[in-house]
Design a protein around this ligand. Structure first.
Ligand code: SAH
Length: 364
């Protein structure tokens, strides 16, 4: 049977397939959908309020007439993620979730409890095409893009879960789970607008951070959107020679181009860019690398986030020794670089990129 015929068969037996994931609709799209359904536009806003307050079914939307609820059931599904695993760190401040998507792909996200609120690190793709040598998400390449609705579903699903713990709903998001958000530009932008929309999840731009391995033209495009989210750029090396050894993307764009795009981002948005730098033993953690990095970052407001490498089974690269990390930090500080060391939250629950999912597949 051809794939097409197979698809038709599946559709015949699964009416769900014809339905639209309502979480993938913007408030504006939903309002125009309402008009097509012969309803008043404000009904779309009511539906949105319900969805973002965590309604998991149309029957919960009690201020909508029954006839409308039935129409909605006929046209949409509310995208759901099935929780496969949930791991709480020993300090009870990090929860890692493994979710099954409707097509049986698996994604993961991590909730981090800070004094200022709960931040969700979410995934933007199943797998990743970028092929960074140290990253577990890159192991199987890119499987597929996530829709905006599937990104939103991660927030809503986690909110339902933490409500049971009496935790506040997610108040910030970082796009640092599996995937390269700028390699899924359109869906990511749609999602960002949905999260920000005052009629949607109503999160301020400043509570959102997007992390990229450095897709230069897309960073410039993002800067031109002038939405003022925080940008984190995975630099991980002080020169192109080292960067090319550990990041495939370094063959497409030089560090100079990456820094140029980051400066442009700052000029357009006024937001200070963060550079992520994973310290890998004897690869990028020598004192001269620290000096080289500080020279590179002179002259514009930025911030370096040092991450001691999370070792994983798919790479022989090792985490820097504590003494090397300290020396690196000291050199950057004394050279006037704004630097922090990433708190290693959730190490005991495989918090690093893609590691829980990889471990899960290996258990099967
Ligand atoms: N594609 C985006 C988001 C990826 S994950 C990006 O490249 O920025 C977020 C951060 O975790 C990135 O800086 C990534 O390089 C880093 N990372 C991935 N695997 C890691 C590991 N094993 N140890 C430390 N940092 C890692």
């Amino acid at each position: 049977m051809t794939d097409e015929a197979n698809e038709t068969m599946n559709n015949k037996h699964s009416p769900m397939k014809d339905k639209i994931d309502i979480l993938d609709r913007t408030p504006e799209e939903l309002i125009s959908d309402m008009e097509l359904l012969g309803e008043r536009p404000y009904r779309g806003e009511q539906v949105f309020q319900w969805l973002y307050q965590g309604a998991a079914s149309f029957s919960e939307m009690t201020n909508l007439p029954k006839t409308l609820r039935r129409k909605l059931e006929g046209k949409y599904i509310i995208g759901k993620l099935k929780q496969l695993k949930r791991l709480v760190s020993s300090d009870k401040r990090t929860i890692k979730y493994l979710y099954l998507l409707a097509d049986n792909n698996i994604i993961e996200c991590v909730l981090m409890k800070y004094h200022y609120g709960n931040t969700l690190c979410l995934s933007t793709q199943v797998g990743c095409a970028m092929g960074c040598s140290f990253c577990a998400s890159a192991t199987g390449g890119l499987v597929r893009q996530l829709t905006a609705g599937e990104m939103m579903a991660q927030i809503l699903e986690v909110n339902r879960d933490i409500a049971g713990l009496n935790w506040e709903p997610v108040s910030g998001v970082v796009l640092m789970g599996s995937g390269e958000p700028l390699d899924n530009y359109e869906n990511t932008m749609k999602f960002l607008h949905q999260v920000h929309n005052p009629r949607g999840y109503n999160m301020s731009w400043r509570k959102i951070t997007l992390s990229t391995c450095g897709l230069v033209p897309k960073i410039r495009l993002l800067a031109d959107e002038e939405i003022g989210i925080n940008l984190a750029v995975s630099l991980h090396a002080p020169n192109d020679k080292i960067r090319r050894k550990i990041m495939k993307i370094a063959n497409a764009y030089t560090i100079e181009e990456v820094i140029g795009a980051s400066k442009y981002y700052f000029e357009k948005t006024g937001r200070r860019v963060t550079f992520e730098y994973a310290l890998i033993s004897n690869v990028n953690d020598n004192p001269e690398h620290a000096f080289e990095l500080s020279r590179l970052l002179k002259g514009f407001p930025n911030h370096v986030n040092l991450i001691p490498l999370n070792e994983n089974r798919h790479s022989s690269q090792k985490r820097s020794q504590d003494a090397a990390i300290q020396r690196f930090v000291d050199i950057l500080k004394s050279s006037g670089v704004n630097v922090t060391q990433r708190r290693e939250m959730g190490l005991d629950i495989q918090g690093a990129c893609g590691q829980l999912k990889t471990a899960y597949y290996e258990e099967l």
